[in-house]
Design a protein around this ligand. Structure first.
Ligand code: NAD
Ligand code: TDX
Length: 339
């Protein structure tokens, strides 16, 4: 099997590549990635030593190059991770999100239409369902929950999902979609909540918690997301959407306090800052369908996964120190100074 993994130099895509190389040694993986600020070839250094892996730099919205790649490689499966993925950046500059997340997905779908494909898998997000109220812990997102987006990021991801479904119906593209909750683990870009808090705490820098820190996210260890996608592309039913999540809800404040405790740092580092615009209150996935139909269950409990993640950031300082010493400094100053 030949699999094109787009966005494989980012957080989840790279973890997925390592998962596939380990669990399906017979398959060939081609990573197509533009290497935006979020993409990092160093993350794929170990994969580059595997003869079944190839890296191709390119933009999923660049039709000519995507077609060339499909023509040359004739992939069996495409797994589309490539995206602008940060909500805060989408609030600052929506347009790039529309180009990559919507146009990019449509170009990939057109390539599948033109050259044929056994499976196109779209990596979507629980954010397409909008949010749930904090005072209704009985409510969860299911695959039939209406799409109801809050940020330019989630709107662009929802648009992409609709395109995938339209291509599946109209052109019979054999597509599947997964909608996962918040991931955490190794190679997570420092702008996101968990790595940002680990890195700031290590520097005894203030930890900027938005609003009152009461927003709830449903955290899943990244390897569990990878195992779910692996099952879907091999055993999932064409045309279906699968929600992925491990019933692991935490307020942001709980997550930040857990990190401080693991690192032995004071809660005095916490600083409440101006809230995110349109901030989603609570995400919570009902994973019944993927558990029942594909037998998926998450393997890593949050208490273990978060300790492993903190340990990874401690052991891999070179990976993130390089990132935070570059352009990231300007990003951080723009988003957090005087917030
Ligand atoms: P990320 O930002 O860490 O990585 C994105 C990758 O895509 C980077 O390597 C980047 O270089 C690449 N990329 C961006 N634009 C591209 C383009 N035009 N052409 C080719 N490559 C491009 O993102 P992530 O957190 O790994 O998320 C991966 C996917 O999973 C996204 O589609 C996201 O919506 C989805 N998702 C993420 C989470 C999460 O918690 N991080 C949860 C659910 C779903
Ligand atoms: O500095 C911060 N302070 C803070 O309080 C940051 C960066 C975040 N937060 C809050 C906002 C959210 O409630 O923490 C929560 C998590 O924030 P992010 O890490 O930015 O993730 P989120 O907005 O929940 O989106 C993530 O999950 C769904 C991914 O980035 C998306 O790509 C995915 O689709």
């Amino acid at each position: 099997m030949k699999i094109i993994v787009t966005g494989g130099a980012g957080f989840i895509g790279s973890n997925f590549i390592y998962y596939e190389l380990k669990n399906h040694a017979e398959d060939k993986i081609i990573c197509l990635d533009k290497l935006t600020y979020a993409g990092n070839l160093e993350t794929l250094a170990e994969a580059q030593t595997n003869e079944n892996f190839k890296f191709v730099r390119g933009d999923i919205a660049d039709r000519e190059n995507v077609y060339k790649l499909f023509e040359a490689e004739k992939p069996d499966i495409v797994v589309n991770f490539a995206a602008e993925s940060h909500v805060d950046r989408s609030i600052e500059d929506p347009e790039l999100f529309l180009r990559t997340n919507i146009i990019g997905t449509s170009v990939l779908l057109d390539a599948c239409r033109k050259f044929g494909i056994k499976r196109f898998h779209q990596v979507s997000t629980d954010e397409v369902y909008g949010d749930l109220p904090l005072d209704r812990p009985d409510l969860f997102f299911t695959e039939t929950t209406n799409l109801h987006t809050s940020s330019p990021y989630s709107a662009s991801k929802a648009a992409a999902d609709l395109l995938v479904q339209a291509y599946q119906r109209t052109y019979k593209i054999p597509a599947t979609i997964s909608r996962c909750s918040n991931n955490y683990g190794r190679f997570h870009f420092p702008e996101k909540l968990i790595p940002l808090m680990i890195i700031n705490a290590l520097h005894d820098k203030k930890l900027p918690v938005y609003g009152k820190g009461i927003n709830v996210r449903d955290w899943l260890y990244v390897d569990d997301h990878c195992s779910a996608i692996d099952l879907i592309i091999r055993k999932g039913t064409v045309g279906e959407v699968y929600n992925i999540g491990g019933h692991n809800e935490r307020t942001n404040l709980e997550v930040v306090k857990t990190i401080l405790k693991i690192l032995g740092k004071s809660e005095d580092l916490i600083e409440f800052v101006t809230d995110r615009k349109g901030h989603d209150q609570r995400y919570a996935i009902d994973p019944t369908k993927i558990s029942r139909e594909l037998g998926w269950t998450p393997q890593t409990k949050f208490d273990d996964g978060i300790k492993q993640t903190v340990a990874w950031y401690l052991e891999n300082r070179a990976w993130w120190e390089k990132i935070i010493s570059g352009e990231y400094k300007n990003y951080y100053a723009k988003m957090y100074d005087n917030r």
